[in-house]
Write a protein that binds this ligand. Structure first.
Ligand code: KET
Length: 456
């Protein structure tokens, strides 16, 4: 049999990466995968083929994804009052998905423009989209952009941007260690591990105060080895809804720069935290303003409601134009064997909106309306719990920002709410506030009240 990886040097790192991932995932399928002898699997499979049984008969069922699996369970529930607060996807007051008006307008323009064709995009995507995306996150007057030392590549939404960035770092950056906050979006450790980075965590959230463990964060980053990569949520931290203040960001920046730690921003919620695109990009801009290097992964899933279009961008800010162009040449080598080039439609929508002053303004108004509706849901839920006299301090619901509330409800309480009230949320107690409406707040408040009083 031909070896899967002809170069011997490729075999062991890949295997190590996969077994590290399997260890990290720590699920039952993973441990049984590890204990299997691959040769046995091959011979059992070939015998199976001979007998007419499936050659895949030995495959172990994998568990559902902790976030996307919530929707799978929700879809199976026949209850007419069921409520999905699992995935971070915006819903209207009527509980329906929202396509922004400005997105519909842009799509109309695109459809009516007969000069548009469906040719492949270049490996790095749509040029206009990339330029405008960099301006959106770094600011229109960013010196780094003016000095041509930013390379931006269109990727498959936030996830794809993180993955391409991670693969690039694993291949070309001297330090393969990335620090991610504890807790963080559940896909982060998987993306980075499978790309070939080692993952460590830094303290972030303090369950006692339901706020930032700033001291712990500083200590952990202080003891990180020089050059280590640090994943930072640009704003609206997922799942906690807790962000550092601007003062705290200043200290984080100083510490990271003094230790040569490389910032990798995940910006999946620009505009969703405060309702302002510029305010939410402040932490990223602060790091770019000091002239240092960083990476940023952007998603248009939430702020433009383009979830299924899979549109995002990875930017790498470098010290010089020459370095940036060499970095870009290597990003192409990461992307080409992965998916060749990105899709055209979503990026065309974004570019159409960002390019046109009037459409851009309409977008900011619609975005602010989404952010404001979430903020009003926070107030309504908080008031509803207070009205019920639910035990506990629920002020964190109005203090946290962004799409999620990290309720503090435990796994048993979440399971109880799903079983008794058909309310679906991730088992860590995270609620997508964007999935809530005035109509459903009372149901959720009843469920939380029951869980807080009956399940300890
Ligand atoms: N970063 C963060 C922090 C994040 O919460 C998400 C999505 C992404 C990146 C990726 O989004 P994309 O759709 O690839 O642009 N989070 C929600 C959806 C998911 O889990 O995929 C969520 O946490 O519910």
């Amino acid at each position: 049999m031909r070896p899967r990886f002809p170069l011997a040097t490729h075999v062991s790192p890949t295997d190590r990466r996969l077994s590290a991932l399997v260890r990290h995932l720590g699920d039952s399928s993973a441990s049984s995968m590890e204990s299997q002898n691959p040769n046995q699997t091959i011979s059992a499979s070939s015998t199976a083929a001979f007998n007419g049984d499936s050659v895949f008969g030995n495959i172990v069922r994998a568990p559902e994804d902790p976030i996307l699996g919530v929707t799978v369970a929700y879809n199976k529930d026949p209850s007419p009052t069921k409520l999905n607060l699992g995935v971070g996807a915006y819903r209207t007051e009527e509980g329906k998905p929202l396509v922004l008006n400005v997105v519909r307008r842009a799509e109309q323009l695109i459809v009516n423009d007969r000069s548009r064709v469906k040719e492949y995009l270049p490996i790095i995507g749509l040029t206009d989209f990339n330029k405008l995306s960099a301006k959106l996150i770094f600011g229109t007057d960013s010196p780094a952009i003016q000095e041509n030392r930013v390379t931006t590549v269109q990727c498959l939404s936030g996830t794809g941007s993180l993955r391409v960035g991670a693969e690039f770092l694993a291949r070309h950056y001297h330090q393969r260690l990335i620090y991610i906050p504890q807790p963080t979006w559940g896909n982060h450790p998987k993306i980075f591990t499978v790309a070939g980075l080692s993952v460590k965590t830094y303290r972030y959230y303090d369950p006692k105060t339901r706020g930032l463990n700033f001291q712990g964060l500083l200590e952990d980053l202080s003891s990180a080895p020089s050059g280590a990569i640090v994943l930072l949520h640009a704003c609206a931290h997922n799942p906690t809804g807790v962000d550092p203040t601007i003062e705290q960001w200043k200290q984080i920046r100083q510490l990271m720069r003094s230790k040569g730690l490389l910032p990798f921003f995940d910006s999946a919620y620009q505009g969703f935290a405060s309702g302002s695109l510029d305010a939410d990009a402040q932490p990223v801009r602060m790091f770019v303003a000091d002239g240092g290097e960083c990476l940023a992964a952007q998603s248009y899933a939430k702020n433009m409601g383009l979830y299924g279009e899979r549109v995002g961008a990875l930017s790498i800010v470098c010290k010089t134009e020459d370095v940036a162009s060499r970095v870009e040449s290597q990003l192409k080598l990461v992307i080409r064997p992965m998916y060749s080039s990105p899709p055209i439609h979503g990026a065309s929508i974004v570019a159409t909106i960002l390019k046109d002053k009037d459409m851009y303004n309409e977008w900011t108004v619609e975005l602010k309306a989404m952010a404001d509706r979430i903020i009003s849901m926070r107030q309504q839920l908080f008031d509803a719990l207070r009205a019920r006299g639910t035990p506990g301090d629920w002020s964190h619901i109005i203090k946290q920002i962004g799409m999620f509330t990290f309720t503090g409800l435990n796994t048993e309480q979440v399971a109880f709410m799903t079983k008794e009230y058909h309310i679906y949320m991730t088992s860590d107690g995270r609620i997508s506030m964007a999935g809530l409406s005035s109509r459903t707040v009372p149901l959720l408040a009843d469920a939380i009240h029951a869980a807080a009083t009956r399940v300890v």
